[in-house]
Every structure is written in structure tokens, then in C-alpha cells.
Design a protein around this ligand. Sequence first.
Ligand SMILES: [Zn+2]
Length: 214
Amino acid sequence: MSDAPNPIDKVREKLLQSAFRMPSVQTMVSRKSSITNAFVNAIIPVVPPTAHEIEEALRILAMDPENLRCAYCGDRSTEWDHLRPLVKNRRPTGFISEIGNLVPSCGKCNQSKRNEDWETWMRSPTATLSPFCRGVPDLEHRIQRLRAYQRWRPTEPVNFEQIVGTAAWRAYWQRLQAVDEMLAQCQLAATDLAKTIAAARHASTRTDTTTTPQ
Ligand SMILES: [Zn+2]
């Protein structure tokens, strides 16, 4: 009458365990960087390019608008990426969303690059999925082209603090600080509730193999 499952040998067990992946758990605190990005993105100027500017950009990058490739690796482009990052150390770098600071990119490169200096990242032997690590051909040639692109629009970072005044600037980042503190408090409350919920489930279902979150 028992419907106990058949035993699973070690090899099969390893295979099955490696086939499954629990979706990663987002904590309140792990949202910090996306909240920082939102604080930065909410204030930086966005300058849409003219058709002439797009034409000039693609000419420098030697690209066909009907077959846009990633400027870093040559794969199919899916987005335009900020060549110089907008955020560093949880603050704006002063670079903005304008075509001179945007290049066609694939999702893989955009995610791998994060807020790194583009050239250091392209040559990086350690950054996961960097063009160097992926053995992208013509790496030097691509770097030269991107340097030329930077020379096309040599922009100085915008000094936002100078524009808005120190008081308004500090007040804005104090709001981010307040959000951080609130998130930390929310996380404590959530951890408490999660423990209680897991313990209650464990008590009500003896066969339940749910583990208590750490
Ligand atoms: Zn790429």
C-alpha cells in the first residue's frame, strides 16, 4: 500500500539536483543597487539624437543600421549601452544619456560590463563574459574604434551638485540614505515573519521537507 518512491541512485540524484535551480531570492537589501540606479536615472538628462547624429555614430562604429552589432563583441545588438557608466560608488558619475555616450550592445556585454571602465572590462581576463574572456576576434580593432567614438564627443562629466546647489544635492542623497535604512528595517521584519511561517509549515506537515530559511 505504500507509495514510497523508488530509490534513486547517486548518479541519478546528482543529475536531478543539477537539473533544478531555485529562482534566486531577492532580499530587501539586495534591491539597494537598483534603487540607487533609480535615484541616478531619475535626474540625469536624456538627449535624443538627431538622424544625422545617429548616422555619424554608426559611421564611426562602421555599422549598418539594418544589421546593428554589439560594439564590444560583434554579436547582434539588442540595446544601446552607456559607454561611460552613469553610476559609481552609489552616486552619478556626471555622464548622461546622449548618443556620444551610448553604443549598440548585446545583453550579454551590457550585463557583464556593469559600471566598469569599458576598456578595462573589454580586456579583463577575470570579468565573466568580458570580450577578452569570450575570445572575441579583433579585440584591439574594436577598442580603437570605441576610442575614436569617445573622441567624437569628448564630454566632460556634468557637475550636478554645482547646478542644483549643495543643500539640494545633499538633501536628495539623504533620501536615498533614508530608503536604505527603511529597507534594512523591512528586512529584519521580513526575516522574522519568514521564520515563523516556515516553522508553522514544518509543524503542520510532518512529511514536508521545507527547510527553514537561514
Ligand atoms: Zn556584446
